[in-house]
Design a protein around this ligand. Structure first.
Ligand code: F6P
Length: 549
């Protein structure tokens, strides 16, 4: 058995988990009336309450020792220095550089990177302002000078879609004086069809967002959009209606993107970490320069906190450590993310890519199999809606789920009375999930209604809530641009923390490649099932083809 510090730290945690697994959240609360305060931290305007996690002081101390033993501090420093910590692709990981406010030697990756970032940010933001101000116009038809842009369509997928789409939705109240911003991602053509149904070609600007500019879905949608536009306004109109963000200049040339409307990104930004770069141009158009800078500032504030705070006061590190405790020590492999602000409705989808594409790995940095579970299954919906759909399972079902609630103090809808209802619901659910409702409580309630004893006994069993579901609450004052930046960076660094604890690379995504490659093989069969006549897939291909004819 290995005696290296990391192994020892894992074993100590395992031993502690074995000792405390049977201790309920009720018992923890009863044993420590100050728990609500002692197991909560505030930093950068985010209040993180983890008093409903099944952890005690010793468990917490052992978790922070795990962070030390895994070398989290050194890994953070390596990321900030710009070391090629994405080892399989030989790339630095510098999304933190995208949020620096100014050039400095201490900026992630150094002053040169910061200089490039600020220059490109300025180009992108001034383009966004020109679109918002009506100075970027559509193609001039019969000398009319071109129409004002009223609809902006971001065409991208994965990291080139989810972040900006989530943020435009989240910051909806800040988008009123902007063109409508829409998002097209799926390959099946439905997103695009919906958008084109309402779009005026003369006032529509498409932004093709693709780090590689080779992604099948994005190119298919971009080509269809281009054909639609050229069909309506003529081929010559294309450069006035297509902007792009990519590392692939050649492909942008080939597509006919206006040289003034193209923005670069860098290999050291992963797609799912790229909304802070020009990939966020659709967001910048929606909320404007100042708000976009606030969004970056929020991310930067969380970066500074992550870099400096000791583990037991470090929100991303704590969140990462508690996640590992739940996944690996308490066997809770799924995490439901449940915002109590409807404008965060795309946040769970955004986190699915961030977390599962980053940490859905089963070999370590040396390619050796990891012996423990890695990324959680992330899922979720706005919490209040979910109360009326799947919360039944959270409370009483046999699958056990860990939960993150996100809750603002002030409503982004300006309806404070309803925001209070949302807060009440959120906290009530947190209490119910954590502390449950015992058989004795249920019996007492039913006996007070004078029911027959056998009826009491039957119903009481149905009414028991076992509780003990771990809940974290992420609370904040209101959902503004700065806060959204903090929340996104909080989860980014949580994911990074966990990758370090598991010894895996959070920044590659080989698992998405096989399906892409196989699609190249399957596509000709879809078009002509005869080519696959001897394959097991043949019957299904024939059936689908017969329905298409
Ligand atoms: O399919 C996975 C992926 O490579 C993501 O990592 C990425 O965010 C997405 O595809 C889109 O890639 P691109 O921006 O190059 O079009």
């Amino acid at each position: 058995m290995s005696h290296d510090p990391l192994n020892l730290a894992w074993r100590a945690l395992q031993a502690r988990a074995n000792e405390t697994r049977a201790v309920t959240l009720r018992a923890l609360r009863e044993g420590d009336p100050a728990r609500g305060k002692r197991f909560a931290r505030e930093a950068a305007g985010i209040y993180f309450d983890f008093s409903r996690q099944r952890i005690d002081d010793d468990g917490l101390r052992l978790l922070t020792s795990l962070a030390d033993a895994a070398g989290l501090r050194a890994r953070i420093d390596a990321m900030w220095r710009g070391d090629a910590i994405n080892t399989t692709e030989g790339r630095a990981v510098l999304h933190t550089a995208l949020r620096v406010p100014a050039v400095s030697d201490s900026a992630p990756g150094g002053a040169d990177i910061a200089r490039q970032v600020l220059a490109e940010r300025e180009r992108m933001l001034s383009f966004a302002e020109q679109v918002r101000g009506g100075h970027v116009k559509g193609h001039s038809i019969n000398g009319n000078g071109g129409s004002r842009i009223t609809t902006v369509v971001n065409i991208g997928i994965g990291g080139s879609d989810l972040g900006p789409a989530m943020a435009v939705e989240a910051l909806h109240p800040l988008t009123h004086d902007a063109p409508r911003v829409r998002f097209v991602s799926n390959v099946d053509g439905t997103d695009l069809a919906n958008v084109l149904e309402e779009a005026d070609p003369a006032g529509t600007l498409f932004i093709v967002a693709s780090k590689t500019f080779t992604t099948q879905e994005t190119l298919a949608n971009a080509r269809s959009a281009r054909a639609w536009l050229a069909g309506k306004l003529g081929e010559a109109a294309v450069p006035d209606h297509f902007a792009a963000v990519s590392t692939n200049a050649q492909a942008m040339d080939a597509f006919g993107v206006n040289p003034n409307y193209r923005f670069v990104m860098w290999d050291w930004v992963g797609g799912r970490y790229s909304m802070w770069s020009s990939i966020g141009v659709s967001l910048a158009i929606a909320i404007g320069r100042e708000r976009f800078l606030e969004f970056l500032a929020g991310g930067h504030e969380m970066d500074e906190h992550f870099r400096a705070a000791p583990w037991d006061r470090n929100l991303p590190a704590l969140m990462g450590l508690l996640g590992v405790w739940n996944i690996d020590l308490l066997d809770l492999p799924t995490l439901a993310v449940l915002p109590y602000d409807g404008r965060l409705k795309r946040f769970p989808a955004y986190l699915q890519q961030l977390d599962m594409e980053s940490n859905g790995k089963s070999v370590d940095l040396d390619g050796k199999p990891v012996s423990i579970s890695t990324a959680p299954v992330i899922w979720g919906e706005p919490g209040n809606n979910a109360q009326h759909s799947f919360f039944q399972m959270l409370h009483q079902g046999s699958p056990r789920v860990a939960v993150d609630f996100l809750v603002p103090a002030r409503s982004s809808s300006a309806n404070q009375a309803q925001a209070e209802l949302a807060i009440g619901n959120c906290l009530a659910q947190a209490e119910a999930l954590a502390y449950g409702y015992s058989l004795e409580q249920a019996r007492a309630e039913l006996m007070a209604r004078n029911l027959a004893p056998e009826r009491v006994e039957l119903l009481a069993r149905h009414k028991v809530h076992a509780g003990n579901r771990p809940v974290s609450i992420v609370a904040f004052e209101r959902l503004d641009a700065r806060t959204l930046g903090k929340l996104v960076a909080l989860y980014e660094h949580k994911v990074f923390t966990q990758s370090v604890l598991w010894g895996i690379n959070a920044f590659d995504q080989w698992g998405v490649e096989l399906g892409k490659k196989m699609c190249e093989e399957v596509l000709p069969w879809v078009r002509d099932p005869e080519l696959a006549a001897s394959r097991p897939l043949s019957a299904l291909l024939q059936q689908l083809k017969s329905w298409r004819e």
